[in-house]
Design a protein around this ligand. Structure first.
Ligand code: BG6
Ligand code: MG
Length: 224
């Protein structure tokens, strides 16, 4: 039987960093003279930093020079990193360590597949870095989700066929990326939003060992 691999998104799957991204984007919007709401922040999930700033400036109806754009990217990230610096293991989302531990004990290869360029420092901060055999993040890709590039690189690094990979994602673009990589997609969050996923769970507390064993025994490629 082919080897099975697991790929985890970071923001919104392993840690709830959306609130810190929100605070940093909101500060920038306010400085530029407009409001940025939590509802608008939903549009930023899974989206690259550059694309987020483009959307933010559209919301504020602001035209930027290249120099301003670059400066605001840096400013937002510095504010975001100040929040990240305060993070510790208490910010890991419920039952994520249990699932990682279950997989690691069974020697299942595990990768991170995230749009964030801050993925490694965040995993270090919350003390989960050692679970990952490969980290594929915003620094490793040229195309953002929903392009499957990030997950295909992760599969290659794990030496697992894409059809034998299982992806946990909280963003629509991430589910689409996993699906177009021919991987099994598991939506973490609202099933009405993540309706394209092969499986849906509110969070990891709903993922029990029977389900994980079912995946591990699934027909590979194409476990779903
Ligand atoms: C994704 C987040 O994981 O990473 C997005 O869902 C974020 O909201 C993107 O914009 C890029 O993150 P970073 O840390 O490189 O600014
Ligand atoms: Mg995410």
């Amino acid at each position: 039987m082919d080897k099975i691999g697991f790929i985890f998104d970071l923001d919104g799957v392993i840690v709830d960093t959306a609130k810190y991204h929100y605070l940093a984007w909101k500060k920038l919007a306010n400085e530029l003279g407009f409001e940025f709401t939590k509802e608008q922040n939903e549009l930023f999930k899974g989206v690259s930093r550059k694309r987020c700033l483009e959307i933010l400036l559209d919301i504020g109806n602001i035209e930027a020079t290249q120099a301003q754009f670059d400066r605001w990217m840096v400013e937002k990230n510095e504010d975001y990193l100040a929040y990240i610096d305060q993070m510790d293991a208490t910010e890991i989302l419920p039952d994520v360590p249990r699932v990682l531990e279950f997989l690691q004990q069974r020697k299942v290869p595990i990768a991170l597949g995230s749009a964030s360029k801050n993925a490694k420092p965040i995993l270090e901060k919350v003390n989960l870095l050692s679970y990952f055999d490969s980290i594929v993040d915003g620094n490793s890709v040229t195309k953002a989700k929903p392009d499957p590039e990030v997950f295909l690189i992760a599969a290659k690094n794990l030496e697992v066929t894409p059809g034998c990979c299982i992806v946990f994602e909280d963003a629509v673009a991430g589910i689409q990326a996993a699906n177009s990589a021919n991987m099994t997609s598991i939506g973490i969050g609202d099933p009405n939003v993540l309706k394209e996923a092969n499986y849906n769970f509110k969070d990891f507390t709903e993922i029990n060992k029977d389900f994980l064993n079912l995946l591990l025994k699934g027909r590979c490629p194409n476990i779903r």
